[in-house]
Write a protein that binds this ligand. Structure first.
Ligand SMILES: CC(C)(COP(=O)(O)OP(=O)(O)OC[C@H]1O[C@@H](n2cnc3c(N)ncnc32)[C@H](O)[C@@H]1O)[C@@H](O)C(=O)NCCC(=O)NCCS
Ligand SMILES: Nc1ncnc2c1ncn2[C@@H]1O[C@H](COP(=O)(O)OP(=O)(O)OP(=O)(O)O)[C@@H](O)[C@H]1O
Length: 212
């Protein structure tokens, strides 16, 4: 019996709301395991120990009436353009990132042990947090300005909301420069799927035909 080929780890990057999760879902439906850092980080914010630690650093203003973390209030506190906001973001990251890192690492190990064909690392701060070294491929989403505006509007974000988060990330051009492939996402989801499935079949032909 021939052994399954080694798991290929694909990092997916790009600015907020450019299609990273959509790409991840497409790879998932082709036999990949999707590691969703935003969801893992979100989960951490419901842990009572994390809530206590954040309240200690950032004050009880981050809590809703029910005692849960208020994400919009926390976002306002950490994504401001002043030095204090930046310091608060560092504090938030110092609590969340080590925990998130451990979960991501264990999910990668589990997927590799199971020899799944692909792992998709959907980590918005992939380059900033040093995950690049664990990726066989890094793919960066590209969308036109008009298209991006439409996708953001559907999410209820304006240009200012995008800008305040992007300010705390590497620039889009740097993300593209450090990627092995730039995915054009200006068509519909079927166009996107065709590009991704074609790329997967080039990476691991036998695995892709097994799952399509
Ligand atoms: C501040 C929080 C509560 C705002 O929650 P909200 O629901 O508005 O956003 P969500 O978590 O869905 O993130 C949406 C996008 O914002 C951007 N973003 C989130 N955190 C950061 C950050 N630390 N630095 C830069 N951009 C960020 C990313 O592009 C992300 O995809 C939340 O983003 C958070 O807890 N951030 C810290 C954890 C973190 O760094 N997550 C990034 C992945 S590990
Ligand atoms: N080619 C496409 N056609 C139609 N809608 C799309 C396409 N690509 C993405 N979208 C939609 O745009 C929105 C943002 O996409 P997605 O959630 O995949 O982006 P993201 O980069 O993962 O965002 P974030 O990391 O900020 O959460 C979603 O509602 C998604 O359905």
């Amino acid at each position: 019996m021939t052994e399954s080929p080694k798991t290929i780890v694909i990092g997916v990057i790009g600015p907020p709301c450019s299609g990273k999760s959509t790409v991840a879902r497409i790879i998932e439906s082709n036999g990949g395991v999707w590691i969703d850092a935003d969801a893992i980080a979100k989960d951490q914010l419901t842990d009572p120990a994390v809530i206590d630690e954040l309240v200690e650093h950032l004050g009880s203003g981050i809590l809703s009436a029910e005692g849960a973390i208020s994400r919009p209030d926390l976002a306002d506190l950490v994504f401001g353009d002043d030095g204090e906001s930046q310091g608060r973001l560092k504090q938030l990251e110092s609590v969340i990132h080590p925990r998130t890192h451990a979960v991501i690492q264990s999910q990668i190990q589990q997927a590799a042990a199971e020899r799944v064909p692909f792992v998709i690392l959907d980590v918005p701060l992939l380059l900033e947090s040093g995950w690049e070294s664990q990726c066989d491929q890094v793919w960066c989403l590209q969308v036109s300005a008009d298209r991006h505006e439409q996708l953001l509007a559907a999410r209820g974000w304006d240009a200012a909301e995008l800008a305040r988060r992007e300010r705390r990330q590497l620039s889009w051009s740097e993300k593209r420069r450090r990627s092995s492939w730039v995915i054009q996402n200006n068509g519909d989801v079927n166009d996107l799927r065709e590009q991704i499935v074609d790329m997967l079949s080039q990476l691991q032909p036998e695995s892709n035909s097994r799952h399509s």
